[in-house]
Design a protein around this ligand. Structure first.
Ligand code: NAD
Length: 365
């Protein structure tokens, strides 16, 4: 069976779904791998490395010839329209945003799997691309803030006087938030964090940051559920003074599959010191600051708001390596005797399979 890795077709995507190391593992598993010329160039994976790992490098997009197509972003409609009937695709894919693509997949009887829907059970952890890429995003968010901030993050004691450490506030302490906390701490900042889930408190403290205990009801469990507007209003009242005292705010709060909760207001930003920086990792899903624009930096008074857009793509070497391992581990759940034959009675595959056998299996809004 042929696994194809096209060069990413959607704008500004610098990752690649299959790095040479993964090619070797797929070849060892009995598959042949075709990679489009230049697919790994941003991830510093040259065509020669793919050939050395056992792949065939083709000048043309291998999508139409492949039994399995792996990509980071969903395929374009043009690519999908060339898929063999019954082909398998693996990528990020949010069903609600890709109705037309799903109709093409349905009509071509494509079996498509989405990392956005992968069940977060222990057995699927090694395939969890949302987590691997959130880790990259959390790390990068701090570097973006540090670069824009017109002051130091660490404390310095010098002959010319003492520089106090910067204060960083992280809102949302899931995978990205925890990585942001760890990175800001390593750079010497004093870090506070808040999450609506009580369980996040211990993880925040274990990284050397202060967990904000707000006078609010907390949630149990691993994932946050939707909060009422009254709750969010009260939350904003309590968060406001912490935002005002911070030099950097990194927001990562999200509810799976929903618009991000608004945690930061324009009045809060206006109370921050001039030159402060906000990095809104939720900008693509509406923003934890409602004025955030994904992919843009805006000034609100003298505060810079960076609306993050696909930060993992800005660190393509490691983001691709981690993603590629996730792809390999998902494929391993489907490979039987050298062939990719997904069994949808497996709860992991069932959970992330979007189309199969002429059906769209996930509800569209
Ligand atoms: P996410 O990206 O969906 O959300 C980010 C964070 O925002 C979450 O921690 C959430 O609680 C928080 N949040 C939501 N509304 C908020 C609000 N109003 N105020 C403050 N915070 C708010 O979450 P994620 O990073 O994908 O994962 C969340 C949890 O899942 C973490 O505990 C993580 O460790 C866990 N997880 C488990 C597995 C597994 O396989 N078992 C895999 C990945 C993640």
């Amino acid at each position: 069976m042929k696994v194809g890795t096209p060069a990413e077709s959607r704008p500004a995507e610098r990752r690649v779904a299959c790095v040479p190391e993964t090619v070797s593992s797929l070849v060892d598993a009995g598959l042949t791998v075709h990679v489009q010329e230049g697919a790994g160039r941003h991830a510093h994976a040259p065509d020669a490395a793919y050939r050395a790992a056992g792949a065939t490098v083709t000048p043309e997009d291998p999508t139409a010839e492949s039994d399995v197509v792996v990509s980071v972003q969903p395929l374009t409609i043009d690519q999908a329209s060339t898929l063999k009937p019954g082909a398998i695709t693996i990528s990020f894919l949010q069903p609600a945003n890709e109705r037309e693509l799903l109709e093409v997949y349905r009509d071509r009887r494509v079996t498509s799997f989405s990392f956005d829907l992968l069940p977060r059970v222990t057995r699927a952890q090694s395939a969890d691309a949302l987590s691997s890429q959130a880790l990259v995003a959390g790390y990068r968010a701090v570097l973006v803030a540090a670069e824009r901030l017109p002051r130091f993050l660490p404390m310095f004691t010098t002959a010319a006087g003492t520089v106090p450490p910067a204060k960083v506030l992280v809102l949302g302490a899931g995978v990205a938030g925890l990585q942001a906390i760890a990175t800001a701490r390593r750079l010497g900042a004093v870090v506070e964090a808040y999450d609506v889930r009580a369980a996040a408190g211990e993880e925040v403290r274990s990284l050397g940051a202060k967990f904000l205990a707000l006078d609010l009801e907390t949630q149990s469990g691993v994932y946050a559920s939707v909060q009422s507007e009254e709750f969010l209003e009260r939350q904003r009242e309590l968060i406001g003074e912490h935002v005002a005292q911070s030099d950097v705010v990194i927001t990562t709060a999200a509810i799976p599959g929903r618009k991000a909760p608004v945690l930061v207001t324009t009045d809060m930003l206006k109370a921050m010191a001039p030159g402060s920086v906000v990095v809104d990792l939720a900008a693509e899903s509406g923003g934890n600051y409602a004025g955030s624009v994904a992919g843009e930096e805006i000034w609100v008074g003298e505060v810079l708001v960076h609306g993050a857009l696909n930060l993992p793509s800005s660190m393509p070497v490691h983001a691709s390596r981690l993603y590629s391992r996730n792809v390999l581990n998902l494929l391993k759940l489907m490979i039987v005797d050298g062939a990719v034959t997904p069994d949808l009675s497996d709860e992991v595959l069932d959970g992330c399979c979007v189309t199969h056998d002429g059906q769209i299996r996930k509800e569209l809004p």
